[in-house]
Design a binder for this molecule. Structure first.
Ligand SMILES: NC(=O)c1ccc[n+]([C@@H]2O[C@H](COP(=O)([O-])OP(=O)(O)OC[C@H]3O[C@@H](n4cnc5c(N)ncnc54)[C@H](O)[C@@H]3O)[C@@H](O)[C@H]2O)c1
Length: 440
């Protein structure tokens, strides 16, 4: 390694540790905003950039739009000059570190859509200078940092590991989790070389108690995909078990709860109406896509994807069966969903199975309404629905309720008392009995 690289690295590490280095965060969503807030709270002057001018305006006004990040915290950091938000990428030139936290969705063909990453990296490349540390945090397939970012950043003549530093560090944030957040989840870091890992670790140790350095960016990319594939596959197994238990006349929830008392070698996963969110339904396909490039077929990922994708259809079948017990067809019925978010106590509807359930019910001729304390409106590829308050929905009446998200704020006793039929996809009515209750 050239001496200049060592001195650039040591200088940046020193300035990170004495809080005179200036971090930049690109993409201010569920991942980027908490990261920017952690860095600013640690005492660094953070500039945050997003292409969404409305988000930037809200942050500049001291307002948060991420439930896990309190507005009071944002307001305090903005007032103190520690956190700045802008749509202007030219601020990157004056920054020392750049974290990229933009979306990595799938295309309709289930191929990775790296267009947001590429868009952000084009901006970074335009402003790249010696001494910069660039870290990708967006979840992606193993090899992205070296195969996509590295050539784009080196195209201007600067060399990674010598002139600038490049690493991947997966984000593991779990929105809505009261215990684990960006600040206390161990941070895996893999640079394209040792010096990049060392500099990236110095950034994260400003707010994270545990840094886990790995040998390469590719390993760090793979770690994230293992974590999310592990969840997708185990949820797929729990879903298949739910279908199996129904045929066998066994309560799957009781089985899982009892099995979870085993103090070792078992971790409970639960069935549900299908996968949701930006990670679990998507990330494993980044891995299977990449594996396919080498001729390797990822059978577990494909199988789990298949089982999980059938769950919304199964929920609709359960609704049809429930209605059938009182001699009603699905066609023309009013079905009310409790929960539109993909998991409890969050406002995120991305990939939410409740959206699939809504569409499938509508296709079968049902009229669908929903209540969700965290989601006011759904606007998803032509599906537009405004929420109805639970009391208003119960007063207006419906033929069947479906508990699609087990939000803590729902009054389950009221739902049981006021619904003619209920399909509970989350075991939210655990311990409550009634001939009108149908479990997944
Ligand atoms: N949400 C999670 O729980 C979670 C957890 C771990 C990892 N991840 C991963 O982190 C990444 C970001 O996810 P997220 O949930 O924060 O997404 P998000 O949609 O909440 O936020 C992404 C932000 O990036 C902005 N953006 C898009 N293109 C941009 C560009 N070229 N320049 C600047 N800003 C741009 C968007 O306007 C948006 O505000 C994804 O790869 C995701 O898979 C998400």
């Amino acid at each position: 390694m050239p001496t200049s690289a060592v001195s650039l690295a040591d200088d940046l590490i020193r300035r990170l540790d004495n809080h005179t280095a200036r971090p930049a965060v690109i993409g201010l969503g569920y991942v980027g905003l908490p990261l920017a807030v952690e860095l600013a709270s640690a005492g660094l002057d953070v500039v945050s950039i997003d292409v969404d001018a409305s988000k930037v305006a809200r942050l500049a006004g001291g307002e948060s739009y991420i439930p896990d990040v309190p507005s009071a915290k944002v307001a305090q950091l903005v007032r103190a000059g520690k956190l700045r938000a802008t749509t202007d990428f030219s601020v990157l030139a004056a920054a020392d570190t750049i974290n990229i936290c933009v979306p990595t969705p799938l295309r309709k063909t289930r191929d990775p859509d790296l267009s947001y990453v590429v868009g952000a990296v084009e901006q970074v490349a335009r402003h790249l200078r010696p001494g910069h540390l660039v870290i990708l945090e967006s979840t992606t397939y193993p090899g992205t940092t070296e195969e996509v970012l590295l050539p784009m950043l080196q195209a201007g003549g600067l060399r990674a590991g010598g002139d600038f530093f490049l690493a991947f560090s997966p984000e593991r944030v779990d929105p809505g989790n009261p215990r684990w957040h960006t600040g206390n989840i161990p941070k895996v870091v893999g640079g394209i070389d040792d010096v990049s890992t060392r500099v990236a670790a110095a950034l994260y140790r400003q707010f994270s108690a545990q840094i886990v350095p790995v040998s390469s960016a590719k390993v760090a990319e793979m770690v994230k995909l293992l974590e999310n594939t592990f969840r997708a596959v185990n949820i797929g197994m729990a879903n298949e078990l739910a279908l199996m238990c129904r045929e066998l006349g066994v309560d799957v929830w009781e089985v899982i709860d009892a099995a979870a008392t085993k103090p070792f070698g078992f971790m409970p996963f639960y069935p549900g109406p299908g996968l949701g969110g930006h990670c679990i339904p998507i990330d494993p396909f980044y891995l299977s896509w990449k594996a396919r490039q080498t001729g390797f077929e990822s059978r577990f990922i494909e199988l789990a994807g298949h089982v999980n994708a059938t769950m919304p259809r199964y929920v609709v079948e359960r609704v049809a069966e429930a209605l059938n017990t009182v001699g009603k067809p699905l066609m023309g019925m009013r079905v009310h969903l409790f929960g539109m978010a993909y998991k409890p106590d969050v406002d995120d509807v991305r990939e939410s199975p409740a959206i699939d359930v809504t569409r499938l019910l509508q296709r079968r001729g049902a009229t669908v309404t929903f209540s969700d304390p965290h989601v006011a409106r759904v606007d998803d590829h032509g599906l537009t629905l405004e929420r109805v308050g639970p009391e208003a929905a119960m007063a207006a009446g419906y033929d069947c309720a479906v508990i699609t998200t087990d939000h803590a704020a729902f009054d389950y006793a009221r739902i049981v008392e006021s619904s003619p039929l209920i399909v509970d996809t989350r075991n939210a009515l655990k311990g409550r009995a009634g001939a009108h209750i149908f479990r997944l």
